[in-house]
Design a protein around this ligand. Structure first.
Ligand SMILES: Nc1ccn([C@@H]2O[C@H](COP(=O)(O)OP(=O)(O)OP(=O)(O)O)[C@@H](O)[C@H]2O)c(=O)n1
Ligand SMILES: C[C@](O)(CO)[C@H](O)COP(=O)(O)O
Length: 251
């Protein structure tokens, strides 16, 4: 019989500090309803219902924290300890969340509120992976070929076609032991070369500032798509209606 591992606290951070410019509505895209609930509520619900998660922190777009608090209360999300305002970019919102967790010894799962269809399986596998890895990326193999460009005489030209078998599409949650992601962000924000340069994801910050930390991959899913453009609202609604047992393959 193996000794029982001590329980490490796991905190789900729902990043909802954006305004959804690419969707182009009057209110942030995370307040759009799909299947009778806002995108934000779907994202919070995934963590609130997960047995592996101890606490949920919601980072909301400035001016909408009260609205988020109302949605939390309406649903009775018992694990949501704090609803805080986000920053001017996803990177800054993440940094604010990490500072709010100061002093805690926990794992953090940083999730885009814009991904409302996160499956329990992914949360379970991420928390399990954090027992043996300090950094975890959820990703799916790219089904498109990706091309790299370089400036040409009349605009960008294709300069490279990387081997697709090594190209993945990153999703969220991006998961870390708190001291590791804090250290990476601290170094990033202390680096004048990073100032203003916005990382597109959190694993990228770890890779750049703590290159010796291996980043483990947990398989994501096509369902865990990000609502970015207007058409994505229709896709998310359809996937939600089809449900988990729809035969829509996970990846
Ligand atoms: N200042 C910001 C910007 C983004 N996000 C969050 O990061 C996730 C991924 O960002 P994205 O899809 O780009 O959302 P928006 O920034 O809202 O969209 P857009 O770029 O079209 O304005 C979203 O859940 C978004 O709310 C955040 O917490 N704080
Ligand atoms: C973190 C992310 O969701 C991984 O795919 C993505 O990079 C966020 O990008 P966005 O431009 O902030 O939507």
């Amino acid at each position: 019989m193996t000794a029982r591992e001590p329980h490490r606290r796991a905190v789900g951070v729902v990043l909802a500090g954006g305004v959804g410019r690419r969707i182009g509505r009057d209110t942030p895209k995370q307040l759009i309803e799909i299947g009778g609930r806002t995108i934000l509520e779907h994202a919070i619900a995934a963590f609130d219902a997960a047995p592996e998660i101890d606490e949920v922190v919601v980072m909301m777009a400035p001016g909408f924290a009260e609205e988020a608090g109302r949605l939390v209360a309406r649903n009775g999300f018992a694990k949501v300890g704090r609803v805080l305002e986000g920053g001017a970019s996803r990177t800054e919102t993440t940094w604010r969340a990490l500072r709010a967790l100061e002093g805690q010894d926990c794992d953090v799962l940083l999730h885009d509120a814009a991904r409302p269809l996160l499956e329990p399986r992914i949360i379970t596998e991420c928390v399990a992976a954090l027992r043996t890895h300090a950094a975890v990326e959820v990703a799916i193999p790219s089904s498109d070929t990706v091309v790299v460009t370089a400036p040409g005489p009349y605009g960008e030209v294709v300069s490279e076609v990387p081997d697709r078998s090594r190209i993945w599409r990153a999703q969220t949650p991006q998961c870390f032991r708190l001291p590791v992601i804090r250290e990476a962000y601290e170094r990033a924000f202390a680096d004048p070369a990073f100032g203003g340069r916005q990382a597109t994801d959190d694993c990228g910050v770890v890779l750049r500032y703590l290159p010796d930390v291996p980043i483990h991959i947990v398989p994501g899913s096509e369902r865990n798509m990000k609502v970015t453009h207007p058409v994505d609202v229709l896709v998310a609604e359809t996937l939600l209606r089809l449900g988990d047992g729809s035969g829509v393959p996970e990846s």
